[in-house]
Ligand binder design. Structure first.
Ligand SMILES: *[C@@H]1O[C@H](CO)[C@@H](O)[C@H](O)[C@H]1NC(C)=O
Ligand SMILES: *[C@@H]1O[C@H](CO)[C@@H](O)[C@H](O)[C@H]1NC(C)=O
Ligand SMILES: *[C@@H]1O[C@H](CO)[C@@H](O)[C@H](O)[C@H]1NC(C)=O
Ligand SMILES: *[C@@H]1O[C@H](CO)[C@@H](O)[C@H](O)[C@H]1NC(C)=O
Length: 299
């Protein structure tokens, strides 16, 4: 009996282990919930048509899919699509220089993946689910990666793997800098201000978007003429924030607590909101029959 319990416990430990890369589950779900509320009727219909039955019509329920499958052999190639490694201390992103995997294949980074799956989805209005690519997968990848590119340390330095190798303490427990930005800040905010209820945090984010601190900025956030340069700008914003806020003042072995949390929380919240707004912008455009301003062809 104890052996059985031990094995069950072991399995759960593995399931609950934080994944090294990607906004936490909470971050991805929030990004997608924000996006879902902002979809136009055409995009809503297309998303419903593409979602697997198991999602129950809820895109947010599938926004962690790309993390769940990335270690399966069939999908191992997608692992580098979650992030970008930039040269240490350059604090800039250049597509040709930085968007590749360790085998130096161009486009194999989160910016290239967003281009790729956005382009694939533009086939949907004309070809529907019979398009050449699996558009269900394209939708799930896109929804995940637009979240990731907004996590500042997903566009981090090469030598520390976006903060993954910077081990430190978050209040009283062990963590690393990457994980602080993926999850710890969000979890501490949930515990301190939202009664551990993601739904209450979502309401607060949505309130700030519709008639709060961000409502005047939303049109600027979603402005996008040329998709490739928009994606590059999102990555550039992330590495700039990584330099000025994530890495700033941090050394391995430190303890990060109130001061770091209080000053960085607004950055994390704004990135979640921006990710959601921009995911909706992309989906609204790729799924419209007559994309304005040649959006489809500008990709
Ligand atoms: C959609 O899925 C997310 C993540 O599983 C969940 O938190 C949320 O409550 C779901 N929404 C609805 C309307 O079912
Ligand atoms: C684009 O997607 C296809 C699968 O649909 C994949 O084979 C290719 O490697 C992807 N490229 C990038 C940059 O994501
Ligand atoms: C498309 O991908 C989804 C998710 O991996 C899978 O369930 C589905 O069977 C695929 N569809 C086709 C036609 O291969
Ligand atoms: C929403 O805005 C208020 C300031 O009006 C701020 O205190 C709060 O933290 C913001 N909430 C989120 C989730 O960003």
């Amino acid at each position: 009996m104890w052996l059985f319990r031990f094995l069950v416990l072991l399995c759960f430990t593995f399931l609950l282990l934080p994944s090294a890369q990607g906004w936490s589950k909470e971050g991805h779900v929030l990004t997608c919930q924000i996006a879902q509320e902002l979809l136009n009727p055409e995009a809503t219909e297309a998303v419903q048509a593409l979602l697997p039955e198991s999602a129950g019509g809820n895109l947010s329920a599938m926004c962690v899919w790309a993390d769940q499958i990335r270690r399966w052999s069939k999908y191992r190639w997608t692992s580098p699509l979650h992030y970008i490694n930039t040269p240490d201390n350059a604090c800039s992103f250049l597509y040709k220089r930085d968007c590749h995997n360790t085998a130096a294949q161009l486009n194999m980074c989160v910016a290239g993946a967003i281009r790729n799956f956005t382009t694939q989805l533009t086939a949907f209005p004309k070809q529907g689910p019979d398009a050449k690519n699996n558009l269900t997968e394209a939708l799930l990848f896109l929804s995940h990666f637009v979240g990731d590119i907004h996590q500042p340390l997903h566009v981090g330095f090469t030598s520390d793997e976006g903060g993954n190798t910077i081990e430190l303490r978050w209040y009283r427990h062990k963590s690393n800098l990457h994980h602080v930005w993926d999850r710890e800040i969000i979890l501490t905010a949930l515990a301190d201000y939202y009664d551990k209820d993601t739904g209450l945090l979502l309401e607060d984010l949505q309130r700030n978007l519709t008639h709060g601190i961000w409502s005047d900025n939303v049109p600027t956030w979603e402005r996008c003429v040329n998709v490739n340069s928009c994606i590059n700008n999102w990555a550039e914003e992330s590495i700039k924030l990584a330099c000025t806020w994530a890495y700033e003042g941090v050394e391995a072995g430190m303890t990060l607590s109130e001061d770091y949390f209080d000053s960085r929380l607004p950055i994390v919240m704004e990135r979640l909101a921006k990710g959601g707004v921009r995911l909706a912008m992309l989906l609204n455009r790729v799924f419209s029959e007559n994309p304005k301003g040649g959006f489809g062809s500008s990709i």
